[in-house]
Ligand binder design. Structure first.
Ligand SMILES: *[C@@H]1O[C@H](CO)[C@@H](O)[C@H](O)[C@H]1NC(C)=O
Ligand SMILES: *[C@@H]1O[C@H](CO)[C@@H](O)[C@H](O)[C@H]1NC(C)=O
Length: 357
């Protein structure tokens, strides 16, 4: 018996080893089924970080519920971007836009920041068409008054949708302006059958309809909604972001956005880019002013020009192409308060959104 006891003990020991190995195997097995989860969360975290620049996250199919739960926990622990909870569908099929706070600044035009290089790069950019357009004006549709000296140019070539939308009377123009500008462009567009909305804070009543297709609204389009504290006292505030107006009017598309807003154009354009509202616009016709930085644009002269240039490059990144540029020689020939670079204080630029249907 004394001889057998160690054997029994050895057997017990082996049994223990065996069960330990079994338990280990089971655990490994369980872990391995979780292993595929190790990578996707990293990829998703990366997608989350990239989200502000693209709509990529919105287009991916939703992950299975189990994986989503794991992702959520891991994301939370790493303190990375919030999971995909934040881009729900709004009523009417529109998606809430991803919020960005700053545009992407382009590198300086030269190794050491210099106004000279920034100005040359910017002025060359706004003087060069990126795409050709043969039919530039409504006059080509026939029957309208003499072309003005300073036309607002839209592209009516067959390869872009505007001319087709005009023919089928489905087009919509938003026009942002101040005071008594020349309204001939708006009237021509309305006579062509476009629905025209002119936003002008200086008109007398809240809404005026002139003719079948032309509306005036006493609203000024801004780059931010009014401070809620002020809005509470002025519930019918007359200052709104373009995205807010689109939502309120229930409009999803603007065929042409015309803006002549006396130096507010830079911040308005920035807001349209940051909120992806530009994607809802077919063509942009802007008057840009360069005799001073513009409302709420700060920094030294070279930073200001780099900022203007970066805004226009973001438009290009969104597949907008400059098809017409017009240097206004009737205005003071000034660039940032100086007579320099043979520049005018005022240019009219027209872009077509080549991605727009
Ligand atoms: C302008 O400001 C930027 C940064 O704000 C600075 O890097 C640059 O050197 C300044 N440029 C000039 C010409 O002073
Ligand atoms: C200045 O601009 C005008 C109008 O764009 C142009 O005709 C002229 O050649 C330019 N002058 C120089 C020196 O570049």
């Amino acid at each position: 018996m004394a001889k057998e006891r160690p054997l029994w003990r050895r057997l017990t020991f082996r049994l223990c080893l065996l069960s330990a190995a079994l338990v280990l195997c089971l655990q490994l097995g369980v872990r391995r089924t979780w292993c595929p989860e190790e990578k996707p969360p990293v990829a998703e975290a990366a997608a989350g970080r990239a989200a502000p620049l693209s709509r990529g996250t919105e287009q991916q199919p939703p992950p299975p519920a189990g994986r989503r739960r794991v992702t959520y926990v891991r994301n939370g622990r790493r303190g990375s971007a919030a999971p995909r909870c934040c881009s729900p569908q709004l009523p009417g099929g529109r998606r809430r836009k991803t919020v960005r706070w700053h545009i992407e600044l382009q590198p300086w035009a030269s190794p050491t920041p210099s106004l000279n290089y920034e100005a040359l790069r910017f002025l060359k950019y706004i003087s060069t068409s990126q795409i050709s357009c043969e039919h530039l004006n409504l006059n080509s549709l026939g029957g309208y008054s003499e072309p003005t000296k300073k036309p607002w140019s839209v592209c009516l070539d067959e390869r872009f949708s505007l001319i087709h939308r005009i023919r089928s009377k489905q087009c919509r123009l938003y026009s942002l302006g101040l005071g008594n500008d020349d309204n001939q462009f708006e009237i021509n567009m309305a006579n062509s059958g476009c629905e025209v909305h002119r936003f002008d804070p200086s008109i007398k009543s809240a809404h005026i309809q002139e003719g079948q297709h032309l509306w005036y609204h006493r609203l000024s389009i801004d780059w931010r909604d009014p401070n809620p504290a002020i809005a509470a006292h002025k519930p019918h505030s007359s200052t709104k972001k373009l995205g807010t107006v689109l939502n309120e009017f229930g409009h999803h598309k603007i065929d042409v956005l015309k803006a002549d807003v006396e130096s507010a154009e830079w911040k308005i354009l920035e807001n349209l880019l940051l909120e992806d509202v530009v994607e809802q616009i077919g063509q942009l016709v802007f008057e840009v002013h360069v005799h001073w930085p513009g409302f709420e644009v700060s920094g030294n002269d070279s930073s200001v020009v780099r900022y203007w240039y970066s805004l226009l490059r973001e438009l290009e990144l969104k597949d907008f192409r400059l098809f017409h540029t017009y240097k206004d020689l009737s205005k003071p020939q000034m660039f940032l308060k100086k007579e320099a670079f043979n520049a005018s204080s005022c240019y009219r630029l027209s872009w077509v959104n080549t991605r727009w249907k």
